[in-house]
Write a protein that binds this ligand. Structure first.
Ligand code: DC
Length: 229
């Protein structure tokens, strides 16, 4: 069967990765979490003192970016890809509130975006890939055969992120998360380079009231519709 490219974009914390991961597993495609790549660059900035009083030291980051290697390796226990930053497994470190609070600023930098987009396009060269993010259907793979744009209310998304952090034993405040979700929506939609937009040929999915199973079934349907028209 011919392989296609699947782009899943949308707002933060609306379950894009859950649906992208389970679809990729079901159909035997590679799954790439593009947000994890921006999170890894943000973690690098935090750990290397490149953010001072909320300001990013862009000149140093531009230089350092040549030495920042981001990759994914399947975790034998979870069966899911973990994110590596220069050979260190940073899967947990990139999901903290500290990284979440800075990632929109880092991912708004044009030189960071072009470096990540180049890597993402290389990863998807052979097709057979499900990638989720904000600009996958618009910028990274404008020719993707299946594009989904996911949304859900800010309150539903904040609750999901709150539950996720709690389940990992991390400290979390619902109000702080809701504030972060709304702030990132604004920054992601209003940045100059590749702002979050629904591609004109993307299918809209509001999953506020869908269960994970319902969402999965909906997505498999969309996939079958494209590969077996
Ligand atoms: O999907 P996520 O919440 O883990 O993404 C983290 C941040 O990365 C998000 O606030 C915006 C940015 N991002 C982006 O600008 N472009 C992408 N393709 C993916 C994520």
């Amino acid at each position: 069967m011919k392989k296609i490219t699947i782009a899943i974009d949308g707002f933060s914390s609306c379950g894009k990765s859950t649906m992208a991961k389970s679809l990729a597993k079901e159909i035997g495609y590679i799954y790439i979490d593009s947000g994890a790549m921006y999170r890894a660059v943000t973690l690098y900035c935090i750990e290397n003192g490149l953010i001072e009083d909320g300001e990013i030291r862009t000149e140093i980051l531009k230089e350092d970016l040549k030495r920042i290697n981001i990759s994914f390796k399947i975790n034998a226990e979870t069966g899911q890809p973990d994110t590596y930053l220069n050979a260190e497994n940073v899967e947990n470190k990139i999901r903290t509130m500290l990284v979440s609070s800075m990632v929109s600023q880092v991912s708004a930098l044009d030189f960071v975006r072009s470096a990540m987009v180049e890597q993402q396009q290389k990863m998807g060269k052979e097709k057979g890939i499900v990638m989720d993010g904000r600009d996958i259907g618009t910028t990274v793979f404008p020719d993707a055969e299946l594009k989904i744009f996911v949304t859900a209310s800010a309150e539903v998304r904040a609750q999901r992120r709150f539950d996720e952090l709690k389940s990992k034993g991390q400290e979390a405040s619902y109000d702080e998360i809701l504030h972060n979700v709304k702030q990132r929506d604004y920054l992601d939609q209003n940045r100059e380079v590749s702002p979050l937009r629904q591609a004109s040929d993307a299918i809209l999915l509001d999953n506020s009231t869908l269960t994970i199973e319902e969402q999965k079934a909906w997505l498999i349907n969309q996939f079958n519709r494209v590969v077996n028209p």
